[in-house]
Design a protein around this ligand. Structure first.
Ligand SMILES: NC(=O)c1ccc[n+]([C@@H]2O[C@H](COP(=O)([O-])OP(=O)(O)OC[C@H]3O[C@@H](n4cnc5c(N)ncnc54)[C@H](O)[C@@H]3O)[C@@H](O)[C@H]2O)c1
Length: 375
């Protein structure tokens, strides 16, 4: 058996594997025939349902392993890392709002948890590839970027910035405890690639959305808005709703992970801005309109104060990653939001369904994953 073959048989460790991004990646890898080891403490409300659905979809499949563990537990994490053929590190305290309430917990999970992972990898004779999910928040609130206001959105006054988005040469400027803890982790990962030669890549991600997202007011706003609309409840917009983000459908993110893993020796030590880019932007108000078109009724909105560190405009310039790998997003905003809307509607039907239908959802989940894999 070759060493490559051995590595292929070892599971991909996904920390935060029951979460939104983790569940989608687990599903994709399983459909590719790769074993996965999910490591999650299930602290995010709702992710236990992701795990339940995954287990139903892959019942009896020994390639799906799950460890309920915490990245703050060095020993448990190191045990998982020793089994891994690749590591996708997603486990995190993910919300700016929660980080303001409890900065110490936020630091312990995001910064120290990542250091625990890096130390476990450094202890291995041949560390496997690592992909780490950082955030656009490492660039701060971008308050110095001149903007102009149109009816429903902010736009940069600088046309080149508008056409390309924010690149990796933008100065780091951590805002909020979450920005600091994720930013510290981002820098540690890059430094462990540099100083200890770990094969590691950092994705600074913008707004990702898709199935299995437990969106709430604190994080996952595309799913949150859709859920509120489906429940016929009002949506609170913090600020004026004209904030603009680029959105990336999760299937496109999975493609980016896999290409980064494949080319890790060439990409290691680099941070990449990953998002839908200038072709896939929306303001909050524009998303509300889009949801109204899907549901047939414009959701009700209320307004509240701006939240700390909220960027008026952030769009990823993904050209560095595209130039390095050829990757580009394939699912545009209208298709992606419609797909998530359909999935959430189906989910709401499942919530009221008896257990037998959960199994049907599990099978449907596999069919969708297989179709995405073929596309
Ligand atoms: N979704 C986005 O739009 C987005 C944008 C930028 C960056 N990110 C980053 O991508 C990663 C995945 O995000 P997501 O949207 O899937 O979030 P998520 O909240 O759905 O998933 C995170 C998972 O980590 C788990 N977790 C939290 N603390 C843990 C701990 N101490 N030990 C073990 N597990 C723990 C949670 O239970 C959850 O299942 C995160 O690192 C996040 O910061 C996400």
């Amino acid at each position: 058996m070759t060493q490559q073959h051995d590595a292929d048989q070892r599971p991909a460790l996904i920390t935060g594997g029951a979460g939104f991004v983790g569940t989608n990646l687990a599903q994709r890898l399983l459909e590719m025939g790769r074993p996965v080891l999910l490591f999650d403490n299930l602290s995010r409300a709702g992710v236990e349902n992701n795990l339940r659905r995954l287990r139903a979809a892959y019942a009896g499949d020994r390639r799906l392993q799950v460890l309920i563990g915490d990245v703050r537990d060095e020993t448990a994490l190191a045990n998982a890392v020793r089994q891994a053929g690749a590591v996708f590190h997603f486990a995190a305290q993910v919300a700016v709002t929660t980080s303001l309430v409890s900065p110490r917990d936020d630091f312990a999970v995001n910064a120290l948890g990542t250091l625990n992972l890096l130390e476990a990898l450094r202890a291995l004779p041949e560390p496997p590839p690592l992909v780490f999910t950082s955030t656009n928040k490492v660039y701060g609130d971008l308050a110095d970027v001149p903007l102009r206001l149109t009816d429903n959105r902010y736009e940069p006054s600088n046309e080149i910035l508008g056409a390309r988005g924010v690149g990796e040469t933008r100065a780091l400027d951590f805002h909020s405890p979450y920005g600091c803890s994720k930013g510290a982790a981002d820098q540690y990962v890059l430094d462990y690639a540099r100083t200890f030669n770990l094969p590691a890549v950092v994705f600074r991600m913008s707004c990702i959305y898709g199935p299995h997202q437990c969106g709430n007011e604190d994080q996952g706003w595309v799913a949150h808005f859709l859920l509120r609309a489906l429940e016929n409840k009002p949506i609170t917009l913090y600020g004026d709703g004209r904030q603009v983000r680029d959105t990336l459908f999760v299937d496109d993110l999975l493609d980016a992970f896999l290409v980064a893993e494949k080319h890790v020796s060439r990409l290691s030590g680099h941070a990449f801005n990953i998002g839908g880019g200038p072709d896939n932007t929306t303001s909050l108000l524009e998303l509300v309109e889009r949801i109204g078109d899907l549901t047939g009724e414009r959701p009700r909105v209320t307004f509240d104060d701006w939240r700390p560190g909220d960027q008026r405009y952030y769009v990823s310039d993904t050209r560095k990653f595209t130039a390095a790998t050829g990757w580009t997003p394939r699912v545009d905003v209208s298709e992606g939001v419609a797909r998530l809307h359909d999935w959430l509607r189906q989910l709401k039907a499942e919530e009221t369904a008896p257990f037998a239908e959960v199994k049907v959802m599990g099978r449907a989940m596999r069919r969708v994953a297989a179709a995405a894999q073929r596309a």
